[in-house]
Design a protein around this ligand. Structure first.
Ligand code: AKG
Length: 262
């Protein structure tokens, strides 16, 4: 069932105040269970390749997904409710620039508190309206034990050092983000957050869809759209992906996201 205009207004208000908003039970759990099955061999191959240098900290893996098959589902990346909120907080005609996963395994640790992007105008000393959003949904339940994201409310609009001082002095509210299968988190990537340890034997894959303002290019992430996928996408998806390279079918995604923290 779609959100009502009043519910969208409330979610936008929450997002603007806290830097994030959760849509509970928004995606179909059976669709996400199919993603989990399809993701397992990709994670295994990635772990094998990166075992000596995991790319997001110890026993923590960032894996770019291929934009094909079930991972290219318009019901997920062009969800009308999610896009309605994205457009209200980051402007009309956004671009979809990232489809990837963050997966802590047993042995993972606390990450440093960080943002996923620097400010737009670093020397200005103030923050701007939102320009880069992450839409997160897990491929399993996220419990207190399997590495829930920890985040701080309202830090997206603070200058970084001020936000870190608030965390240090416990002035900023810290939230551990437990999630059901199907819950969708929309967050401003400037909100200060960190990964926490997964203390279980099961991986905790969290998908990230990155949406940017229509004029922003984010070179550290990418979606390479295979020609066959592109040819079968509805117009809304093609519009979201309009600046991404279209590649030959079978071209592998580039895993080039190495920068840790800002
Ligand atoms: O997976 C998580 O819970 C957080 C990961 C994260 O923030 C990162 O790697 O930048």
């Amino acid at each position: 069932m779609r959100l009502t205009p009043t519910e969208i207004d409330t979610h936008v208000e929450t997002f603007n105040r806290d830097g994030m908003v959760m849509l509970r039970g928004h995606f179909a759990p059976d669709v996400l269970a199919a993603w989990r099955t399809a993701f397992a061999p990709l994670l295994a191959a990635h772990i094998e390749k990166e075992k000596d240098a995991p790319n997001r900290g110890s026993h923590r893996h960032y894996v770019t997904l291929p934009f094909s098959g079930l991972f290219a589902d318009p019901a997920i990346h062009a969800d009308p409710d999610v896009l309605a909120i994205v457009e209200r907080v980051a402007g009309a005609n956004p671009v979809l620039c990232q489809l990837a996963t963050d997966t802590p395994l047993r042995g993972s640790d606390y990450q440093p508190w960080h943002r996923d992007t620097p400010p737009l105008f670093e020397e200005w000393g103030r923050e701007t309206p939102a320009f880069q959003l992450a839409v997160n949904f897990a491929l399993c339940e996220v419990t207190p034990d399997n590495g829930p994201l920890e985040t701080t409310l309202g830090t997206h609009l603070l200058e970084r050092n001020q936000a870190l001082a608030q965390i240090e002095s416990t002035q900023a509210a810290i939230q551990s983000v437990v999630m059901g299968l199907g819950d969708v988190l929309i967050r401003d990537v400037r909100q200060i957050h960190r990964g926490t340890p997964n203390r279980t034997d099961q991986p905790r894959p969290m998908v990230v869809l990155g949406y940017s303002r229509r004029w922003l290019h984010r070179p550290e992430v990418n979606i390479r759209v295979p020609q066959h996928t592109w040819d079968h996408l509805p117009p809304r998806s093609q519009q979201l992906l309009r600046f991404n390279p279209i590649v030959a079918d079978g071209d592998a995604p580039l895993d080039n996201y190495r920068q840790f923290a800002y």
